[in-house]
Design a protein around this ligand. Structure first.
Ligand code: SAM
Length: 287
């Protein structure tokens, strides 16, 4: 399955125009929380621009990646302001689920905002964007060298097709990337496959505990987040205008808990992290 390093030294497999255009097969009716987390019948996402809680159509995802790459220069700054500085605590909370010596994978590492503080662990960073991986590698390699640690590995791939062997990792982390998966169930199945028996997945993403909480979240995304992004980027057409869509069509805690259980995860838990902007899911692969 591993396709070998490319000119950037990243292990590759994928990416932009992949087979995942058929992610639609698992789609539920547009922007509706289905009682069955993984409906078998196909629905049309065209009325929502290619999004629903189960995934994102290929064309919309390609544009999403373009918009995410455009955030790179100001990514950490905007995140810090729009979470009122709480992003630091959220990342710390997620990191506390791993211990030194563990083998850790971050799926959707972006520019390395979380990976950079993974200390004393064997780290693999995966992202479909070569641009993101380049920034992540530069940043993470530098701090790891300063700490006298071995270099991390970098994999250019999507969560839905992880070019790594079964039963490899003690922990898999997804910080603010699960919302962007093209096919959430397929991504979770791949994460399940690469986790060791007893290993744990921890996801942190924009919070949507339930429908009502989602309404407040949409208001926050449509107002405060947009003002912050507009002021920091000084660009009326900043990427967060577009990125807010992934939240609008994102599912609730119970929806994704259901999908995780279907995939085979145990001890599936979800909760909001203080002060309620983000959700943390955790789930174990059975021993
Ligand atoms: C908002 S950034 C998150 C960055 C970082 N994890 C953090 O802690 O802030 C989301 C990342 O998810 C990646 N991504 C998008 N779709 C993905 C997929 N299907 N599989 C894995 N990563 C994906 C994007 O390329 C992007 O770098």
């Amino acid at each position: 399955m591993v396709s070998g390093p490319n000119q950037n030294g990243f292990i590759t497999h994928v990416v932009r125009k992949s087979k995942h255009s058929d992610a639609r097969v698992k789609a539920s009716p547009p922007n509706r929380q289905s009682p069955n987390p993984c409906p078998t019948s196909m629905a049309d996402r065209s009325s929502t621009g290619g999004f629903d809680p189960s995934g994102i159509d290929e064309e919309a995802w390609t544009e999403l990646e373009r918009q995410l790459e455009a955030t790179i220069p100001v990514y950490d700054k905007v995140n810090k302001i729009m979470t009122l500085g709480f992003d630091k605590g959220m990342r710390k909370h997620v990191r506390s689920h791993a211990k030194p010596g563990m083998k850790v994978l971050e799926v959707g590492c972006g520019p390395g905002s979380f990976a950079v503080d993974i200390v004393g662990m064997d780290l693999t960073c995966l992202d479909p964007s070569a641009e993101m991986l380049k920034v992540c590698k530069k940043r993470v390699d530098k701090v790891r060298e300063e700490r006298g640690e071995s270099q991390a590995s970098y994999v250019e791939a999507i969560a839905e097709e992880i070019p790594l062997p079964d039963n490899t990792f003690d922990r898999v982390f997804c910080l603010f990337s699960f919302r962007d998966f093209k096919d959430k169930k397929k991504g979770l199945e791949e994460i399940f496959r690469v986790l060791k028996p007893g290993g744990q997945l921890v996801i942190c993403d924009a919070g949507k505990a339930n429908w009502l909480h989602g309404l407040f979240g949409r208001l926050y995304m449509a107002t405060f987040v947009q003002w912050v992004a507009r002021i920091v980027t000084k660009d009326p057409n900043h990427p967060w205008k577009w990125l807010a869509r992934t939240y609008t069509h994102y599912g609730t805690h119970s929806y994704y808990k259901g999908v995780m259980k279907e995939v085979g995860f145990q001890n599936v838990k979800a909760r909001l992290l203080f002060p309620g902007m983000s959700s943390r899911f955790k789930a174990n692969k059975p021993e």
